[in-house]
Design a protein around this ligand. Structure first.
Ligand SMILES: Cc1ncc(COP(=O)(O)O)c(C=O)c1O
Length: 411
């Protein structure tokens, strides 16, 4: 395992091209990926990096998993897209398999995670109007502060992150934000006009924040009592990431609506979905919602394979077992540059003592040692390797993290 340098070779010119021609809406690590397999990424200069990011859970099954790639190749040779103007041979089987995995009946396929969230919001408002009888101009959706659900205008309208919102008004009305994890605040916010409560069961971008144990069961009870939909955004937390199929499973909570994305596309294609009971989905009629690429045959072939892989339980078990090891090793660094570790399974938010540098500085140090992690919200690092990682690879990466902290220690 090499300790690469990102400063020489073809890397600087490639980064300069990006700076010139690519919108500056990201601040990427100075690495130019050119190949990847399993948990390893190779850059254009041949340096190797252990991927502890997994594209924010889009690569739960690793890079180019052979089963997923085989499904994609086979589908490329048969049919890729007809739009929803006619039926195709992949959409129905995919939706049936995904609905079964979720214990639901119907699926609305989309592409990006943000589109799934938007679609979930539209579904909830329509359901509120047609089933609950809430006039549209009165309908509200209760959300959590510090949420991250994507980047559309409506979604940033209920973000509490100024960077996400500033300059993008006017904002979409109809949302109420309450502190995440506070059951009493949630209870107080829900009223007869609430059509949905929309939550990440574990907040990812906020730093892998796990709520108190009674929070999601209470949210479930409140929604049932007030006849509101509980919508779980499992786009980052779902599909085996936390050691269970869905993060909600840790609290035996069954939402009315699952929002899925990222790993659903196997790291190959954008594929997201809203999954709900038929009685809820029934409020959508032809022409009221759609997407040209949503549910295309290529994505569905990949998605069907992903669902079959998740259904085996193998990845949940790996995440739970290896996650215990990763959390133990990270917890041992508390007091040596780490101030707190949170999470479930192979998903950890690691707060770094600010005297050891910012999250960004630490992630740059780690990249220099051949491990890719990314900072979130200032001084937190997110550790989320592909679930195909081995125990030795976890140990190796955490050893590099310990080294980086030692080097960064205040003297
Ligand atoms: C919980 C959650 N919801 C929604 C999204 C948006 O997904 P996308 O970037 O595919 O639009 C993200 C992305 O990080 C997410 O973490």
């Amino acid at each position: 395992m090499t300790a690469p340098s990102a400063t020489g070779g073809r890397t600087p010119a490639a980064i300069a091209l990006d700076r010139r021609c690519v919108a500056h809406n990201y601040a990427p690590l100075p690495i130019v990926a050119a190949g990847a397999e399993g948990v390893w990424i190779t850059d254009i200069d041949g340096n190797r990096y252990l991927d502890f990011l997994s594209a924010y859970s889009a690569l739960n099954f690793g890079h180019r998993h052979p089963r997923i790639i085989a499904a994609a190749h086979a589908q490329l040779d048969a049919l890729t897209l007809v739009s929803r103007a006619c039926h195709d041979h992949r959409l129905g089987p995919f939706c049936a398999a995904l609905a079964e995995l979720c214990g639901k009946q119907t699926v609305l396929p989309m592409n990006s995670g943000a589109e799934a969230v938007e679609s979930g919001i539209k579904l909830a408002r329509k359901w509120g109007a047609e089933v609950k009888g809430v006039p549209n101009e009165r309908a509200n959706i209760v959300v959590a502060e510090n949420n991250f659900h994507g980047r559309t205008i409506s979604i940033v309208s209920f973000s509490s992150d100024p960077l996400t919102r500033r300059g993008f008004g006017p904002y979409t009305p109809g949302f109420r934000a309450v502190p995440f994890g506070d059951g009493a605040a949630l209870t107080a916010a829900v009223d007869q006009h609430t059509v949905a409560v929309l939550l990440e069961p574990i907040q990812g971008e906020a730093g892998v924040i796990v709520p108190p144990d009674d929070y999601l069961p209470r949210a479930r009870r409140i929604c049932t009592e007030h006849n509101a939909l509980l919508i779980a955004d499992e786009i980052q937390s779902g599909l085996a990431r936390t050691g269970r199929t869905f993060a909600c499973d840790h609290w035996a909570v069954r939402p009315d609506v699952y929002l899925l994305g990222k790993a659903l596309g196997g790291g190959v294609v954008p594929l997201s979905a809203v999954v709900a009971d038929a009685s809820v989905m029934a409020v959508l009629h032809p022409g009221e919602h759609g997407s040209t690429f949503g549910g295309n045959a290529l994505a569905c072939a990949v998605g069907t394979t992903v669902v079959a892989m998740v259904a085996t339980g193998e990845f949940q078990a790996r995440s739970a077992d290896l996650g215990r090891r990763m959390h133990q090793r990270l917890a041992a660094l508390i007091g040596r540059g780490v101030s707190a570790v949170r999470g479930r399974g192979l998903w950890a938010g690691v707060d770094v003592d600010p005297r050891f540098g910012t999250g960004r500085q630490l992630s740059l140090r780690m990249a220099g040692k051949g491990v890719l992690v990314k900072d979130t919200r200032g001084s937190t690092l997110r550790f989320a390797p592909p679930l195909v990682i081995t125990a030795d690879e976890i140990d190796w990466a955490i050893d590099r993290f310990a080294e980086a902290l030692d080097e960064a220690a205040p003297r």
